[in-house]
Design a protein around this ligand. Sequence first.
Ligand SMILES: Nc1ncnc2c1ncn2[C@@H]1O[C@H](COP(=O)(O)OP(=O)(O)OP(=O)(O)O)[C@@H](O)[C@H]1O
Ligand SMILES: [Mg+2]
Length: 374
Amino acid sequence: MSAMSPRADVAVSLIQVAKSYGDVEVLQPFDLQVAEGEFVVLLGPSGCGKSTILKMIAGLEEVSHGEIHVAGELVNYVRPRDRDVAMVFQNYALYPHMSVRDNIAFPLTMSRRPRLKRGVIEARTVTAADIVDLTPYLDRKPAQLSGGQRQRVALARAIIRQPAVFLMDEPLSNLDALLRADMRTSLLEVHARIKKATLYVTHDQIEAMTMADRVVVLNAGRIQQIGRPRDLYTAPANTFVAQFIGSPRMPLHDLEVRDDGILHFADVTLTGDADVPLAPGASVTVGLRPSALRTTSSASACFVGEAKRRDYLGSDSYLEVDLGEGLSVVVRAEADAEVRPGDTVRVDADPGAIHVFDEAGARICGASVCRRER
Ligand SMILES: Nc1ncnc2c1ncn2[C@@H]1O[C@H](COP(=O)(O)OP(=O)(O)OP(=O)(O)O)[C@@H](O)[C@H]1O
Ligand SMILES: [Mg+2]
């Protein structure tokens, strides 16, 4: 029984998919659709269930519940090798005794499907190598390649299968930071050339934000939010997403709305955007995004406080500012600004800096500073 028929331009469709090991639920039921050509990133901390989702799509793990469709076909009972997907792992395990050429061609030479002609395999090997810029290295052995080049061999080995869907499980995580940034760019270039649906797993929010068309944020087996990077940043669905996306981490403060419906924050009043009334007496959590707050000399600043700790980052730095009443914010300061601990600092907030969440952590609204009380 099919719950619904996925649309034709959907490459992967997961319908009420869930996973348990015995009594342990590692993924709560969820829906996810990936469009043809879309680059979707699964983002979340270790153990949240990212790899499990990829393995279920690849057929390496059974689903406990729900349906998986790949390229319009229900694949729940289709064997892994007959699914139209190719997976790239973190540990790409190249065959050391084989040349780059033979490593790339391996999925085709080993295929149990009707054998392809030698000439076809060779042509597809050359094309795959060209896509990932490995043409000059075809006759080398893996040991004679850099880490990034080896990772590209693994990618070519997936490309040569011409799958409907690519599944990539932290493929860059054993490369150093510089190489990772380069490989991110190459991966996106490859994606732009072959335009196949890709599900990419990472726990690195910067990687997710820079690469994804859409990001799926997961925590403890539950989808927290699905959205474009910009949506996650400007309107995080809950406190988890608010703190997981963006750097430095957004500080959160638990506060109570006054009986007259006014929300105090240190010596200012906050008003909710979009006419969302804050219930009198409600417990709320207020978060202020550091990258949207900055020091200012303006007398009409939103907040005034005392400088505390400072983290220097080169182009700018982040300053912790104590606002009194146990509240503090982290704000951007010019790197060469002369601020010392104990100095009085004024802080301006860009639109979208302030977020209000309910007691359960779900976002209620954005907020802005209304007026100074004292
Ligand atoms: N065979 C298994 N039996 C029981 N629990 C398992 C099994 N395989 C995975 N799990 C559990 O399922 C959860 C999700 O694991 P998964 O590998 O999908 O996490 P992940 O998000 O990929 O984490 P990481 O970032 O560390 O790779 C974890 O809590 C893990 O302990
Ligand atoms: Mg994993």
